[in-house]
Write a new protein. Structure first.
Ligand code: HEM
Length: 326
């Protein structure tokens, strides 16, 4: 049974979520958050994953092509206010930004729609996910928790990775950026766009910066502990930061239910519009505590695919939210 607090978290964030689907993932979601706490420690008031972050604000302006693919309100062409949170991986709130463990970096976008509702995109700098299901991700985390530095070789995590080749493959796609603004972020999970004519198209999001700048590992390790959190506000004082939100379109046979399998690079990519970030939130540290971004918080014109990660992620984020706002 979903706890009352979690239901309140979900209702409080305005969404039309398939609550029955969430309830069924609830125990796995709890297990996932418990496993994250085991690996990263319990840090009251912070997210179980992506604990360290910064909140910024701006707007989204859709391209004319976007409305042809989806009737969602954020693609209508009107300027849509957005709240964005950039983050480091792990549940460790004081992790140095240049640590390898801070990869993949995250970007969560909340679109404030004209009717007062919200819809979210929660993406990161991995190009595809290391595992295909919530249960596998739980087992990956438990293997990590059982692999302290002094563990006998091969460690539990090394054994897990050897049995899941997508684990090392996925992590080899990430590097530390010189700025949150100079990173590309991927949706990984597939969603289904529905346009005004009712036509459906499976897509995966890409959020592409003006330029990608990655640091060498040795350079990343030398950076100040908060260099990413400090650089973005400085940059925004000089000029806005822009990204292009794009949709990679699935071909008829491309699998939508396996987030470990990227679609071929030659698939059509459509520019959905420009995300402009022009200011740091006045109370970023306070705001992020109350913010809840959910992969399953959709709006008319965007539906879930058969990707199993979406429901379990949404349920796990709600569990983490209810624990960080007791
Ligand atoms: C089974 C797979 C996954 C699980 C269990 C999981 C779990 C979580 C949890 C518990 C949080 C903290 C939520 C909160 O307290 O608000 C979180 C945050 C986050 N996750 Fe995931 N995650 C998964 C996969 C992914 C994937 C595939 C992506 C990117 C495509 C992603 C990107 C993020 C980002 C960007 C955040 C920070 C959101 C924010 O700023 O509020 N996660 N995740």
């Amino acid at each position: 049974m979903m706890s009352r607090k979690i239901v309140a978290a979900l209702i409080g964030s305005w969404m039309a979520l398939p609550v029955a689907a969430l309830a069924q993932d609830q125990s796995v979601a709890e297990q996932l958050v418990n496993a994250m706490n085991k690996v990263f420690g319990v840090h009251p008031g912070f997210r179980a994953n992506h604990a360290k972050g910064i909140v910024v604000e701006g707007r989204f302006n859709a391209s004319p092509e976007a409305a042809g693919l989806s009737r969602a309100a954020q693609f209508s062409g009107a300027a849509i206010p957005v709240t964005v949170r950039f983050s480091d991986s792990t549940g460790v709130p004081d992790l140095p930004d240049g640590s390898d463990k801070a990869n993949p970096h995250g970007m969560a976008v909340k679109f404030h729609l004209p009717d007062g509702s919200e819809t979210d995109i929660v993406i990161n700098s991995l190009k595809f996910f290391p595992v295909a299901t919530g249960e596998e991700f739980r087992d990956l985390l438990l293997a990590l928790a059982d692999s302290p530095p002094n563990a006998a070789k091969p460690t539990k995590f090394e054994q897990f990775a050897a049995n899941h080749p997508s684990v090392p493959a996925a992590f080899s796609t990430v590097a530390t950026p010189d700025s949150f603004a100079d990173e590309e972020y991927y949706g990984i999970d597939a969603f289904v766009f529905v346009n005004k004519a009712g036509e459906k198209q499976a897509v995966r999001y890409q959020m592409l910066p003006e330029k990608v700048v990655h640091l060498e590992k040795s350079d990343a390790a030398k950076q100040a502990p908060d260099f990413l959190m400090e650089e973005l506000p400085q940059r925004l004082k000089q000029a806005p930061v822009t990204f292009h939100l794009k949709a990679q379109l699935a071909a008829a046979d491309d699998p939508t239910k396996d987030p470990t399998k990227p679609w071929p690079e030659n698939r059509k990519v459509v520019d959905l519009g420009v995300l402009t970030i022009d200011r740091t939130a006045e109370n970023s540290a306070e705001d992020q505590k109350k913010l809840l971004f959910l992969p399953g918080q959709l709006t008319d014109g965007i539906e879930q695919s058969d990707d199993p990660l979406i429901d379990v992620r949404t349920a796990a984020y709600a569990v983490s939210f209810s624990r960080r706002n007791p």
